[in-house]
Design a protein. Sequence first.
Length: 239
Amino acid sequence: MKVKYLLTGILVFGISLISSSQPNMGSKTNDTTSAADSLGCGRVEYGGMIYHTIMIGKQCWMRENLNIGKWTDQAILQKQGNNGTVEKYCFGNDFIQCDLWGGLYQWDEMMQYVETSGAQGICPAGWHIPTALELKTLIGFLGGENLAGGKMKSTGSRDWQIPNVGASNSSGFTAYPGGYLDYMAQKWYDQYRSGYYWTSEMMSSGTAEAMYLSFRNTIVSRYEEFRPSALSVRCIRND
């Protein structure tokens, strides 16, 4: 079961240089990627992939979900472990989904087994997992939790389930509906319907703060999630 203790007070239903032999792009990019490059803060080559970036206010964000690490593909999914190897899940246990939407990571794996807000975690050098305050700043810059989701979601029905209410991606953040893994139930949920993103903010010994966007509305919800759940990850550049 997911923890849906919303932190916004809103009730949501349904919850470097690039070589000539270029690496693959980071998780899925859409038709507006090239146009938005001029609004970014450079491209990042990491783990054999290229990630585009976008400046939103004074923050520099990656425009794609992180897709780094070894695919964990057991029939019965094992917990990602502190074993010196970054591990990822791919939605539905299908590696192609990681190419489309990025990997899904448990909180402890993403944080690389530290509990410090703003830790680098699995992000590249010079980048880190966003803090709760950084997420709050992003949402505020985009007009608040009632409106920010529409400005963050990728557009059209190619990614999101119809009707993808209010999606304009005017911020360039390009949030994808990558769904999530409920590890304790061993079930996958909400692909094409919702995007779930971790912050580095621990809330209790078993939970951390996350962000949720839905095809149903323009709301961004901050909520408390169980740490064994596997969500998408975005990195933000160090100041």
